[in-house]
Design a protein around this ligand. Structure first.
Ligand SMILES: [Zn+2]
Length: 64
């Protein structure tokens, strides 16, 4: 079970240039709160590569 420190999570952002949304940890994935891309976390280190990310699978956009 990956566990990222809150300090690390706080400085991480989506690597997509047009996005840069905040990331939140969900299970073994880091999910962008803005574009919904899901980045894998391997060996406690997030793989923040858009090409490696999974597209959003469930519509979770909550209107603000
Ligand atoms: Zn994003």
């Amino acid at each position: 079970m990956p566990s990222l420190s809150p300090e690390l999570l706080a400085i991480l952002a989506c690597p997509v240039p047009a996005c840069h949304g905040p990331l939140e940890l969900r299970g073994a994935r880091l999910v962008c709160a803005r574009c919904g891309l899901r980045y894998p976390v391997e060996e406690r280190w997030p793989v923040l590569i858009p090409d490696e990310a999974e597209p959003p699978q469930e519509p979770e956009q909550r209107p603000t």
